[in-house]
Design a protein around this ligand. Structure first.
Ligand SMILES: NC(=O)c1ccc[n+]([C@@H]2O[C@H](COP(=O)([O-])OP(=O)(O)OC[C@H]3O[C@@H](n4cnc5c(N)ncnc54)[C@H](O)[C@@H]3O)[C@@H](O)[C@H]2O)c1
Length: 287
């Protein structure tokens, strides 16, 4: 992307804040928009100070989206979501309204202004969890266990439908579990993911809870790497999909690394990815 482009980041949360930070460093103009469901506006103060424009907007509101898209930015990032599995159980309606209706309204609004390229932060969860071998973007969708992750499949397909119908470019980036520091970090345990949760627990000498012996395989990516991939994504013509995961590890491996032990290093499968990454989870977790 050319320096000095204006980027609209819908969802000023953990990943959105880091994306804004990296984009500002690279000389872009950044508008961060959020309805403050999971993030507090004050958490964005350091980024605002560095030049980001921070807006209150809800992706369920067509009027809010139209306002943000006038004039159209060079690129739109859809990172706003109800992304937490436990919260999806407590707030299923809100989860659907934001993740389904909200995603469709973003597609409509983008199409309505002639389609600046749209980047959607999806999840490796779309493939389900009974996998083998190397899992690339052509792998079919799999079974889902909660509404937050199920809604990613709907959003991917709905955004694709609008992108094809209205001829705008769409990149579906399926993120692994993101870890590392960002201007926005959530204190409530429902919104913390396993790498940072284990890092904090291990630092306090507390036990690390392992479901099913920690056999589950996950893809992981440092938040700075994720932000750089989102920013540098070339956006091919039409609709494209790719995995954003620097490494494939088991939850037991993450626990071992957090405790300063050697990981067994036998993930059940690996996620294929076309990107280069600077950070390794072993370095981050080294006590
Ligand atoms: N963090 C991860 O490990 C991870 C992994 C895979 C995929 N993802 C996806 O990446 C995206 C960003 O994740 P994140 O970790 O930054 O999550 P996050 O919860 O920190 O950020 C999402 C933001 O969306 C906002 N939001 C919620 N409802 C909204 C609405 N109706 N209108 C406007 N804003 C709204 C929240 O207040 C929050 O600030 C999400 O779609 C998430 O599912 C994240």
């Amino acid at each position: 992307m050319r320096r000095g482009e204006r980027l609209l980041v819908l969802g000023a949360g953990y990943v959105g804040a880091k994306l804004a930070e990296v984009a500002l460093e690279e000389g872009h103009e950044v508008v961060l928009a959020d309805n403050w469901y999971a993030t507090r506006r004050e958490q964005l103060a350091p980024l605002e100070h560095r030049g980001a424009r921070v807006e209150t907007a809800d992706i369920r509101s067509a009027a809010d989206l139209d306002r943000l898209l006038d004039p159209p930015p060079a690129r739109v990032y859809l990172l706003a979501a109800q992304a937490s599995r436990p919260l999806a159980e407590r707030e299923p309606d809100y989860t659907e309204e934001t993740n389904l209706t909200g995603a469709r309204r973003v597609a409509e609004a983008v199409a309505g202004v002639g389609g600046p390229p749209l980047v959607y932060a999806s999840s490796l969860h779309v493939y389900g969890s009974r996998l083998a071998g190397e899992v690339g973007p052509e792998h079919p969708y799999g079974e889902q266990g909660d509404l937050a992750h199920l809604s990613k499949i709907y959003a991917e397909l709905c955004l694709t439908l609008y992108a094809r119908r209205h001829d705008f470019d769409l990149a579906l980036l399926r993120l692994g579990i993101v870890y590392g520091p960002s201007a926005v970090e959530h204190e409530r345990p429902e919104s913390q993911t396993v790498v940072d949760r284990f890092r904090r627990l291990a630092a306090r000498g507390e036990p690390l809870p392992l479901d099913d012996g920690g056999r589950a395989t996950i893809g992981v990516v440092h938040v700075e790497d994720a932000a750089r991939v989102l920013l540098a994504e070339p956006i091919r013509r039409g609709v494209s999909a790719a995995n954003v995961a620097a490494e494939s590890v088991t939850v037991a491996d993450v626990a071992a690394l957090a405790r300063g032990e050697l990981p067994a290093g036998r993930p059940g499968w690996t996620y294929a990815t076309p990107y280069a990454y600077r950070h390794r989870v072993a370095e981050y977790l080294a006590p």
